[in-house]
Design a protein around this ligand. Structure first.
Ligand code: ZN
Length: 307
């Protein structure tokens, strides 16, 4: 990884690292396209990195949760690996990168919550830090547990899937470092921008990277999605992660929940690595080894039975 463009910055991966390394990647790999799909509460651009030109559309995102910024680094490493293999005419997992990128288009949004990432990394040194954040963090100056955006909304509870159910069961009733669903679905510019992108592009499959647990979540509220189980089993096999069975009442309001509900297509949460968040960056190579095969396996077009 020493000669790679994508590197941790002082042991972290914040928006500036994402910005400069995205720029550097597009210089070396001009076929990698970059778009801005919206802006965070603080006005930070939400980048979309597009790779490939195939008809099958795959969306992958990271860092819905501030203290899970390692997922942005993992996705940027993944993008660099794919770019390098394409440029050098190499194969990965038995498939030429060129063939893969003619078959699929990957839309990566590596950092959904840049403001939350900054707070989780910088804490009280963050330029947008106020006394409100201190109280939303229960008075603690340790911001390593910060998951929410800068308004104290948990973006992965802010989607329109079981929103009212969550309001009934949650013990969090206002802005917080984690767990507050917001005043209404897509109330936050970050979740709204991502949902708008998904509604426009109508992806065949989506993957949302989180930490931690080495688990894959693939269901929502007993909704049946054709092919979802087949993908889940393949992902389990290629990654070594296990399929999780979330508490059906607790697993609401998330990005993949909303995608499954809104489109009846396969959507997954990939819980990368193991340990307490933010998990150690020393796990990065192991996480890439587990998740890169999932990115490839998602390219497989499993047909619905009877078609
Ligand atoms: Zn998360």
């Amino acid at each position: 990884m020493k000669n790679n463009i994508v590197q941790l910055s002082l042991g972290y991966y914040d928006f500036l690292a994402l910005k400069w390394q995205t720029f550097a990647l597009t210089k070396t790999y001009p076929f990698l396209k970059v778009y801005t799909i919206g802006r965070s509460v603080n006005g930070v651009p939400l980048y979309l990195l597009r790779l490939g030109c195939g008809p099958r559309k795959i969306h992958i995102n990271g860092s819905h949760h501030g203290n899970e910024w390692i997922t942005t680094f993992i996705l940027m490493c993944t993008i660099e690996i794919l770019c390098k293999a394409f440029k050098n005419g190499e194969s990965l997992y038995g498939m030429a990168a060129k063939t893969l990128l003619q078959k699929v288009t990957y839309d990566f949004v590596p950092m959904v919550n840049p403001d939350g990432v900054s707070l989780a990394i910088e804490g009280s040194k963050n330029e947008h830090f106020t006394d409100k954040h201190l109280s939303w963090n229960e008075g603690s100056i340790d911001f390593t547990r910060w998951k929410a955006n800068v308004r104290g909304v948990d973006l992965n509870r802010n989607y329109d899937a079981g929103f009212k159910t969550y309001q009934k069961i949650t013990e969090v009733h206002g802005p917080s470092y984690a767990g507050y669903e917001g005043p209404y679905p897509e109330s936050e510019p970050e979740s709204k921008a991502l949902a708008d992108l998904v509604r426009t592009r109508v992806y065949d499959i989506v993957l949302a990277y989180h930490t931690q647990g080495k688990e894959i979540y693939w269901t929502y509220d007993n909704q049946y999605v054709a092919t979802a189980q087949e993908y889940a089993k393949i992902f389990e096999e290629v990654s070594g992660y296990v399929l999780g069975e979330p508490d059906p009442l607790a697993a609401v309001g998330g990005f993949k929940d909303w995608f499954i509900k809104a489109f009846q297509k396969p959507g997954f949460t990939i819980e990368c690595g193991k340990g307490e968040n933010p998990i150690a960056t020393s796990q990065s190579e192991e996480i890439i080894r587990a998740t890169l095969p999932i990115v490839f396996a998602a390219a497989k077009d499993i047909k619905k039975r009877g078609h």
